[in-house]
Every structure is written in C-alpha cells, then in structure tokens.
Design a protein around this ligand. Structure first.
Ligand code: CUA
Length: 381
C-alpha cells in the first residue's frame, strides 16, 4: 500500500486558488502607481535592468534548490518496511560544489552591482544644448522643499525638471533622516542631517511622476509625497520665469485684507516667506550654504496659487492643477459655498486635524478671515 506524499493534499485545492486570487489584488496596482519597472531616465533604466538581472539569478537558484528539494522528498520518502537509509558523514565533492556554486552566483550579483554603480556615476546629457541644472531637495517634517540656487527660486511639493537635462541634486535635512525616491526616474537616496548628500539623474519623458519619502521619519512619514513634473525646455523656462517674479500685489479688496492677515494677525510670516511681501528675494532667508535648508520653517508661498499639492500631498487642488482654479475653493461674494469641500479652508481652519503632528500653527481665525486668506493665496499666481 502506498502512503500519500502529503497527507493534507486536499487542502491545496483551497490554498492555490486563494493565492491566485490574491495576486489579482497586486494586479490592481496599475495606472498612476509609481513603479521601478517603467523607467523614464537612464538612472531608473540601469536600476530596472539590475533588478531583472538579480531576479534572473535568483530564479535560477530557486529552481535548482527547490527542484533538488522536491526530487529528494519524493525519491527518498519513507515507504512501508523500507530499511533505515545508509548513514554517511562528510563528502568532499558535495561540500566543494555547494560552496563554490553559491559563491559564483554571489560574485555575479557583486559584478552586476559594481557595473551598475559605475554606470550611475556617469549620466550624460541627451543634448549638448540642454544645460545641466542644480536643485536642492530639502527634507522637512513632512514635506519637500525644492531650491534652484542658480535660478533663485524656492518652491515646495512639486519638483519641476527640464526634459533631458542632467540634474545634480543636493539632498539636505536638518531634522531626521528622510529618503528621496522617484521610482520612475531615480532610486532612493538617504537625506541625512549633518551629512549633505547628492545624486545625479536625468528625466527623459515629459509627464508627471510621483515621488515619496522612503525612510520612516515620524508620524506623517506616509504623507511626505511630491510630484515631479518633467517639461520640455520651453515650457520649463516659462515656468521658471514666472517663478522668478516676486509676488503679485492683489487688486481685489478681499485678497488685500488677506495679505494683511498674512503679515499680521495670522502670524504666517513667522514660518512662511513671500517674495515682495516679507522677503526681498528667494535667497533672502538662506544662510551660509547658499541653500535653503536652514531658512524658513514652512514653504515659500510666493507662487502658492500655482502649486498642485500642499503639505506633502495631503491636500491636492481638486482640479488636480492649482489652487487658483480649485473649483471647491472659489469664493462667491466673499464666501465659500461649501467650505468642507475646500481643502485650503480645512488646512487654514485646523491644520492639526488635517495632518496631525505637522509644524503648522495658526491662530483662531474667523471664517471671514480665512476666506480673505484664501482669496490672497489664490492671487499668488
Ligand atoms: Cu521623510 Cu519619511
């Protein structure tokens, strides 16, 4: 009489469909999800290739090891009345093979790692006419500041890049360790207080990409997202020249009232800067490094109305583009029609309820004061 190899064989009938069905969950991670498997720049391409290389090596190892394991289980399973197997001790040939073969696989991975690292340090421009660009990414708790020191622009939450330009990025933090990651463009690099880091990459395909913090950095680590917008040279220069302007002085009465609250009772200037209002230039708040890491506590708001995200992506303009046109935040006769659907209202009303633990502190403002502030912020195009 033969014994069943696996006594619980009938359970596999339930387990296998469950595993297959759960894989459908991961299949749902399509669309706009950030992925390293859809690279749009040479750094991401090298990293994706390296991923596939390691996966191939690991698959070969897996198939060989599991194959031998299953073969041994079946070939040497216990049978009725089978005698005790021959007892052996030590076999030089076998020990030599299972020492050398894994070493060869590990050397292959080491070789691939070194090859990829050398490739990552040499990122050429796609076109000699596209100048390199230097940007500092500053990790705050919990949002990203982007400082273009040579263009004299500082912004937050969205990183704009010219397509095909070599980007030299300084990575700065003055609080805790963060990690800068844009899966489709470049892998993770730690952002370490007291140890300014840098990386070089290139974004080759115009579009919008998701970036995030990839190192646990406090309670709102999961809300430290940013967008990367890659633009053709002309569009990028248009964006840049708009950003370089100081803030517009509002003509609208409500917005003017909002500006007074910004510089006065709101207490906003304690942390935020607006060029032409409480800052003379984008560089005014910077310290010795020439970069903004030690400067303002909160984001530079000079062109707030043009931003897509605020507060690490916790709030997104409801038209997905900017706060000036956000339909939920349009004031009618100085009032918000439905203040609960306006993220900006919620943020100015109770920032700690929207994102607990963040640095934003604001006095108790009445609704009409908040409406004036919204009108002012929407005028900062
Ligand atoms: Cu910053 Cu996690």
């Amino acid at each position: 009489m033969r014994m069943p190899i696996f006594r619980g064989m009938k359970h596999w009938g339930k387990i296998i469909p469950a595993v297959l069905l759960s894989s459908l969950l991961f299949a749902a991670c399509g669309g706009n999800s950030p992925t390293i498997l859809n690279p749009t720049g040479p750094v991401a391409v090298h990293e994706a290739n390296f991923f596939w290389f390691i996966l191939s090596v690991a698959t070969v190892v897996f198939v060989i090891v599991e194959g031998l394991l299953i073969w041994s289980i079946i070939r040497y399973r216990q049978r009725p009345n089978s005698p005790a197997p021959r007892q052996i001790h030590g076999n030089n040939t076998v020990e030599f093979i299972w020492t050398v073969v894994p070493s060869l696989f590990l050397f292959a991975v080491l070789g691939g790692t070194i090859y990829t690292m050398f490739n990552l340090s040499n990122i050429p421009s796609t076109n000699a006419s596209i100048p390199e660009i230097r940007v500092a990414a500053v990790g705050h708790q919990w949002w990203w500041e982007f400082d273009y020191p040579n263009q004299h622009v500082v912004t937050a939450d969205t990183l704009y890049l010219p397509r095909g330009a070599v980007v030299t990025m300084d990575l700065l933090s003055r609080n805790v360790i963060h990690s800068f990651w844009v899966p489709s463009i470049t892998g993770k690099t730690d952002v370490i207080p007291g140890h300014d880091n840098m990386k070089v990459f290139r974004a080759d395909v115009p579009g919008e990409y998701r970036g995030m913090c990839a190192e646990y950095c406090g309670t709102q680590h999961a809300h430290m997202n940013f967008n990367v917008v890659v633009l053709d040279t002309n569009a990028f220069n248009t964006w840049l020249s708009n950003e370089q302007q100081k803030a517009q002085t509002p003509t609208d009465l409500l917005a003017l009232q909002g500006q007074k609250i910004f510089t006065g009772t709101g207490g906003c200037t304690g942390c935020h800067g607006i060029v032409g209002v409480n800052l003379t230039s984008f560089d005014a708040a910077k310290t010795n490094s020439g970069l903004s890491a030690d400067a303002l506590v909160g984001p530079n708001l000079t062109h707030f109305a043009e931003r897509q995200l605020i507060s690490g992506g916790v709030l997104i303009a409801s038209d997905g583009h900017n706060w000036a046109n956000d339909p939920a935040c349009q004031l009618v006769n100085g009032q918000l029609v439905n203040k609960d659907s306006c993220g900006l209202y919620q943020w100015l009303h109770a920032p700690q309820a929207v994102k607990p633990g963040n640095d934003m502190v604001i006095g108790n403002l009445s609704d009409s004061q908040i409406y004036a502030l919204i009108a002012y912020l929407q005028s900062l195009k």
